[in-house]
Ligand binder design. Structure first.
Ligand code: SF4
Ligand code: SF4
Ligand code: SF4
Ligand code: FES
Length: 948
């Protein structure tokens, strides 16, 4: 596909109830009121020359290149800052205008290096384009006078350069950082001729910049330019695809030169991101071609043996015969598999199909088990569907935003930028988090309330807020009467009104002052449209499902579901967590969340798949591991998931894996789980395959193949090969055919097809006959389950307790530059921002233990111990410490426990009782890990000729 160029209207196209009609160069045009003359002209296809304007930013009016003449008005107004008015008669081109524009351009060019032919932006530079557009043929002023041509170059950022000599001081970068990203990292220093863009600090790397790329995107010259473009040249063709990182699901144009990916440019038509990006999706794609990629299938008899490279055919036939041997020896239920939230819907669907159809059991689970399974349970129970209620755009209508157990600026940065924009416009903010996350106070945003609760007390806090709503007469009674089950509401209201659920009773448990809870609850209930956004700080608890239901109760009681700006919205971790769950990855559910014991559903699948299916729910991941340790579970297929690093209680996980006789790993890299594998199948990155991802707002976005799979087969083709070797035939020619089968078998996907996605870009499920264009907002007139269901949400403290030996609580989370277990981001320059996991500790706790900044400390729990460096931080509250889990060598999950959510087994990552002490050496586990790594590197691979 040729390079995709989106239309830039110069200024934002407004949304308004009224239109105005004006005449531009003799043509009448009607535009929404408030639209600029420049954008109105663009709707007619007339591009008024411009430099400081672009339609992702508010008009600024500094370059004076866009001047026009308007009949009846004096002078030459700037078309970018002049709103279109009814009856206006505009001329965009005549000799007087042209002369003035040439004069403006002449001044710019006289202070610009004349190295167009060797400039990295040659052919992709708006300054160059505008010189041509205004007909500039000569520059009367020389470059001998004062100029900026020797201005220094800042190359500190690993991904982009700042070449100040090329800057035209248009401020687009500064405004992008403010308006689009909301970081306010850049300023214009000095005045007049001395004006220069500054990132503050010494350079970009040492500034507030978060490398989102918005300024690079906005820059009309080569001043801010991607280093990959500088190195490889301007791209030639592009493919629109979806980011492979977080659940925001940003759309990107993968811009290529030949078969090399030059850059990822956020796609303006992408509805999840509308042209914005974060450092991961925008820049951290180098892992896809990293030298560590394993591109040949490998097998070995024992996990202590060296790997042997074989053909795909040999690998899958070996894997299939091992799985069948195990079933013959230990029974049909002795094998199972794990699907991945990093793989496409189609791949996930095929893995669960292979397990149910070829393995002959329901032993399939997914990494969502360890993150958002409580969301599925909690929202389905109360509202009737296992997904968030709103689209991302809805936040623009929120008056009050409650962020609980989520850190959007790090975990879901592009959505965080939308949210911050709304907060800057005046929406009120309540943050409930044990840690002072950035949102609590960030430029031009300050939370009204930071409810700094103790980890593990979410239920008590949300119940206390609901108590205030019920006891202070703040219930939306008409809404509840019309839309919810009244008997259940009344029983819940009696429960929640009890004194033990009051903010005062909760205060000693949560640590949050009762008055703050009361004020926050009143704000939530009475401040207008109120939205809840939450993350793993809600779900990864022994009461994760209870908190989700408590939030749904609170939202229903205040009438905050089914209208714009409101809702209960999970911020999903991995890009396709929603999709992996939708596609039937849980052991008890087919796609579309239908129970395997439901005869009619099962019969429908049996008819299409042509095999009998089990009505018995299968094993969850923790049960598979328990059974393995017990000697009853012997074979596992794991696609795109590293349970040995990501799942809790590492020692138990590795003991389970080590006890198995055939572990098959399909992945990009030899990850921690692969250390216990007998068969390794090369995985394919998101750039190497077609498919779809479903983001946190239920939006199904296309993933498009940009380059051929390095391992020869895309993941879905590898699964087909294994299924065929197992005697369960699959013969899809393209993932689009898999989607057709998904649509045939899944009512909420009935209207989804690749053809429809091509037509409309993306679709939010449910998409079917009733909603052919999808469903941006759910539960509008009625809840999916009929009547909204209030659930009793008793607070039951976790069994994990602090005490004399383990007096602190450890909670875990993510950082912006790294992603999950770090397998991808650690293999990119993103590691410059986070080269190791550190332990954040409050100054009080540090001082008590004699710990200084940067010192190595031992972090010990009842499960194990690790060592990492201390970062003394007032983000923490005394008694609570925090770390990330992005580096395998840290082993953060060596110390997490095996406590889990009562309903879904989602691990309680967020609460571990620990002790912290100074140390001078790594832990025994870390020493073993380092030794294992060294051994792995030493063991040479024994290559044998492939049979293919
Ligand atoms: S990369 Fe993003 S955060 Fe950094 S200066 Fe540019 S717009 Fe601001
Ligand atoms: S760096 Fe680029 S966007 Fe920023 S002021 Fe200079 S030319 Fe304009
Ligand atoms: S916000 Fe998420 S989906 Fe968007 S670019 Fe960043 S990591 Fe990718
Ligand atoms: S584009 Fe209008 S003043 Fe610069």
């Amino acid at each position: 596909m040729p390079l995709i160029q989106e239309t830039d209207y110069g200024t934002p196209i407004r949304v308004a109830d009224h239109t105005v009609t004006l005449t531009i160069d003799g043509q009448a045009v009607a535009v929404p009121k408030g639209t600029s003359v420049m954008a109105a002209a663009m709707t007619l296809g007339t591009k008024v020359p411009r430099l400081c304007a672009t339609d992702s930013l508010e008009p600024f009016g500094s370059c004076r290149l866009c001047l026009v003449q308007i009949e009846g008005r004096r002078g030459f107004p700037a078309s970018c800052t002049t709103p279109a008015e009814a009856g206006m008669v505009v001329h965009t081109q005549n000799e007087a205008i042209a002369k003035r524009r040439r004069g403006v351009m002449e001044l710019y060019i006289s202070d610009h290096p004349l190295d167009c032919l060797t400039c990295s932006a040659n052919g992709d530079c708006e300054l160059q384009d505008m010189a041509g557009a205004v007909g500039l043929r000569e520059v009367r002023y020389g470059q001998e006078g004062a100029n900026h041509l020797d201005a220094p170059k800042d190359e500190s950022n690993p991904y982009f350069t700042f070449e100040a000599s090329k800057c035209i001081a248009c401020s687009r970068c500064i405004r992008a950082c403010e308006e689009v990203q909301g970081t306010f990292a850049l300023t214009m220093e000095g005045r007049g001729f001395g004006s220069k863009v500054s990132p503050g600090g010494t350079d970009f790397m040492n500034s507030e910049c978060v490398s989102c790329g918005a300024c690079v995107q906005a820059c009309p010259t080569a001043t801010l330019n991607e280093k990959s473009v500088v190195a490889l040249g301007t791209p030639e063709h592009s493919v629109v695809t979806t980011c492979a990182y977080c659940g925001v699901g940003c759309s990107f144009k993968a811009e290529m030169k030949g078969d090399r990916l030059v850059r990822m440019v956020p796609h303006k038509d992408g509805k999840a991101n509308e042209g914005h990006s974060c450092v991961k999706g925008r820049f951290a794609f180098g892992y896809a071609t990293h030298k560590d990629r394993i591109t040949r299938p490998m097998i070995r008899a024992r996990i202590t043996d060296p790997w042997r490279e074989v053909s795909w055919e040999q690998a899958v036939s070996h894997a299939a015969s091992e799985l069948r041997r195990i079933q013959a020896e230990y029974g049909p239920d002795a094998i199972g598999g794990i699907t991945s939230s990093r793989c496409t819907n189609e791949e996930t669907f095929l893995v669960q199909k292979m397990i149910r159809g070829a393995f002959g059991n329901n032993n399939v689970d997914t990494c969502a088990r360890v993150c958002h399974s409580p969301t599925g349970y909690g929202l389905k129970t109360t509202l009737g569907t296992s997904a968030g209620t709103q689209d991302f755009a809805s936040v623009a209508d929120s008056d009050v935003i409650l962020v609980i157990g989520a850190n959007p600026t790090d975990g879901h940065p592009v959505f965080a930028s939308r949210m911050k924009r709304r907060l800057r416009e005046g929406a009120r903010l309540i943050v409930a988090d044990p840690r002072r996350i950035d949102l609590v106070r960030t430029p031009h945003v300050q939370a009204d309330h930071h409810l700094q609760l103790l980890p593990g007390t979410n239920v008590a806090l949300v119940n206390a807020m609901a108590h205030v709503v019920v006891t202070e007469g703040l219930v939306a009674e008409d809404y509840v009467r019309a839309r919810c089950d009244l008997a259940e509401f009344e029983s819940w209201a009696r429960f929640i009104a009890q004194e033990r659920n009051s903010p005062e009773a909760a205060e000693p448990v949560t640590g949050v002052p009762a008055q703050a809870v009361r004020e926050a609850a009143r704000l939530y209930a009475t401040g207008g449209a109120a939205a809840i956004y939450y993350g793993l700080g809600v779900t990864e608890h022994s009461q994760g499902s209870t908190t989700v239901m408590a939030m749904a109760n609170l939202a229903m009681a205040t009438g905050n579901i089914g209208r714009p700006g409101a809702g209960v919205n999970p911020l999903r971790g991995q890009n396709n967590v929603q999709g992996a769950c939708d596609m039937g990855s849980f052991p008890h559910e087919f796609s579309g969340y239908r129970h395997v014991s439901d005869d009619a559903t099962r019969e429908m699948f049996e008819a299409i798949w042509g095999v009998p299916l089990s009505a018995e729910p299968g094993l969850r991941i923790p049960n598979m591991l328990d059974e393995a340790v017990g000697g009853r579970f012997k074979g596992l297929f794991v696609q795109g998931e590293d349970i040995a690093q990501s799942d809790p209680d590492t020692k138990h996980v590795t003991a389970g894996l080590a006890a198995m006789e055939c572990v098959i790993v399909q992945d990009l890299f030899l990850n921690e789980t692969a250390k216990y594998a007998h068969v390794f199948l090369p995985g394919s990155s998101f750039l190497e395959k077609d498919g779809t991802f479903t983001n946190a707002e239920r939006r199904i976005n296309r993933v498009r193949r940009v380059m051929a799979p390095l391992g020869g087969l895309a993941d879905w083709e590898g699964v087909m090969a294994l299924s065929n070797a197992l005697g369960f035939p699959m013969a899809y020619r393209h993932p689009g055919e898999v989607m057709d089968e998904i649509a045939q078998l899944t009512p909420t996907f009935a209207g989804v097809s690749y053809a429809r996605l091509e037509e409309v870009g993306s679709l939010q499920w449910p998409c079917n006959e009733d909603a052919p264009l999808g469903t941006p907002m759910m539960h509008v007139d009625r809840f999916v389950r009929g009547k909204g269901r209030f659930m009793i949400t008793e607070f039951v403290p976790t069994d994990e307790r602090t005490g004399v030996n383990f007096p602190l609580i450890l909670t875990t989370g993510r950082i912006l530059s790294q992603y999950n277990v770090g397998a991808q981001t650690r293999r990119t320059e993103n590691s410059r921002w986070h080269a190791e996991d550190v332990l954040e500790i409050h100054p009080f706790d540090a001082e008590l233990r004699g710990i200084r900044e940067g010192e190595l400390v031992s972090l010990e729990s009842r499960s194990g111990d690790i060592a990492l460096r201390a970062r003394i931080s007032e983000r923490m509250q005394p008694g609570v410490v925090y770390t990330t889990f992005h580096h395998a060598s840290t082993g953060a999950n060596v110390i997490t426990t095996d406590y889990s959510d009562w309903a879904t087994n989602c691990p309680e990552y967020k609460v571990t009782a620990v002790q912290v002490r100074r140390t001078n050496r790594p832990s025994a586990w870390q020493e073993d890990f380092a030794e294992g790594e060294a051994t792995m590197k030493r063991v040479a691979r024994l290559d044998v000729p492939a049979a293919e």
